[in-house]
Design a protein around this ligand. Structure first.
Ligand SMILES: *Cc1c(COP(=O)(O)O)cnc(C)c1O
Length: 405
């Protein structure tokens, strides 16, 4: 049998046994009442996570990219001019999808590792008229998180249809689709929600639907109008990944039990702990200080450490699976996901394994310095909770208490 692995890649993520077990349930008729109940239970649980009461959430049998393609192909027409503000590989993927569907995509460039400066977005949106705007909530390739509330305040001032890739962000931080007025927001099952891959979710506002009804880009499998018509009957147009939906429902029930603010705090804590550990090991964050993601830590590789060899050693000898860089960051960074069914003990074990691997490559690290840095972050949080309760924890403990029944 295969050795047990600790999955720290930014999706797919470690899935709990309970969620995996849900997939072994007998299949049901996807045109029957049980499926309608399942779909409605899932979309009902997703709405508060997306911060929406008004949008429709469409479930698609695909990975996250299918959700992005569905959004772009359904909401625009060839020749439409859109502005994209990519901050890495996944933002560039939206640019590529747009161009493939015949859109005229203008790119607002930014520095790798930085987030989109709201003023730059404002300037770009003022310079010309755009039919659409593509944003990334959390850029998995650089470990960068955009300030979606600040960007929303800018976007609201312009008549532009926004499409947000929140595949690796949704659920890990507060997201207020209604209040922030985003039109189409895309996520997927295999990241923060900690279910297996296979389901994309596309939330569509009333304004989004208006655009979709007018749009003329070609689409068939990913036609959101078709999906909406079937959703009204509690169905999907095509055969859905029923077993993955069972798992997604179980994962969402678990998310609700933990409570949104506790989930947010967990990701933030793990990210801070992992960042501190890598920093102590001479591998500082790649992301700018004001732009750190809570779901993916990207750390600069240390001189002397060859990432491919380091990652291979960790995977093969220690069962710890991390990611390398993508695109132009290949060979320059390592990435560690904080999402999924991982414990503080798993984090400490993974950091310990990284230290051992670095030492085995002859890279001088102070033994225990990474683990110590990670541990300190965990202990300080526990201490703040114990001593001061809500006050010392900066109100976070209070929020958590509120969220639990
Ligand atoms: C994972 C991810 C995607 C989607 O990738 P798939 O492999 O198609 O699920 C899209 N955007 C971001 C930011 C991601 O992290």
């Amino acid at each position: 049998m295969e050795k047990k692995q600790l999955l720290f890649i930014p999706g797919p993520v470690a899935v709990s046994d309970k969620v995996l077990g849900a997939m072994s349930r007998p299949l049901i008729d996807h045109r029957g009442p049980e499926f309608a109940a399942l779909a409605s239970s899932i979309t009902g649980r997703l709405k508060p996570i997306f911060g929406t009461e008004r949008a429709d959430i469409i479930l698609l049998g695909s990975s996250g990219t299918g959700g992005l393609e569905a959004a772009i192909a359904s909401a625009f027409s060839p020749g439409d001019r859109v502005l994209a503000a990519p901050v890495g590989v996944f933002g560039q993927r939206m640019v590529a999808i747009g161009r493939r569907f015949g859109l005229e995509v203008e790119v607002l460039e930014s520095q790798l590792g930085a987030r989109v400066p709201p003023q730059a977005l404002d300037r770009a949106l003022r310079a010309r008229t755009f039919a659409g705007l593509f944003l990334t909530h959390n850029e998995t390739s650089t470990g960068v998180q955009n300030d979606m509330a600040a960007l929303a305040a800018i976007v609201r001032e312009h008549d532009v249809l926004s499409v947000v890739d929140s595949v690796s962000g949704m659920g890990a931080t507060r997201f207020e689709m209604d209040a922030w007025n985003y039109d189409i927001v895309v996520s997927a099952s295999q990241k923060v929600l900690a279910a297996p891959p296979g389901v994309a979710m596309v939330a569509v506002s009333a304004r989004g639907w208006k655009a979709i009804e007018r749009a003329a880009a070609p689409r068939f499998y990913f036609d959101l109008i078709e999906a909406r018509d079937f959703a009204k009957l509690g169905q999907t147009p095509w055969t859905p990944p029923v077993s993955v939906l069972f798992a997604l429902e179980a994962a969402l029930a678990h998310y609700q039990d933990e409570g949104a603010s506790a989930v947010w705090e967990r990701h933030e804590l793990y990210a801070r702990s992992i960042r501190a550990a890598f920093d102590a090991l001479g591998m500082p964050p790649f992301s700018a200080a004001d732009a750190h993601s809570v779901t993916v830590v990207a750390s600069k590789i240390r001189a002397g450490a060859e990432p491919a060899a380091l990652l291979r050693k960790l995977r093969e000898e220690r069962g710890v699976v991390l990611s390398g860089g993508q695109g132009e960051l290949k060979g320059k960074i390592v990435r560690v996901g904080t999402m999924g069914d991982i414990s503080q003990t798993d984090v400490l074990g993974a950091i310990g394994a990284v230290e051992m691997a670095l030492l085995e490559f002859g890279i001088p690290v102070r033994t225990g310095s990474g683990v110590q840095a990670a541990l300190r972050v965990f202990l300080e949080r526990d201490e703040a909770r114990r001593d001061g309760g809500p006050r010392a924890a900066g109100g976070r403990a209070a929020e958590t208490a509120e969220a639990s029944p």
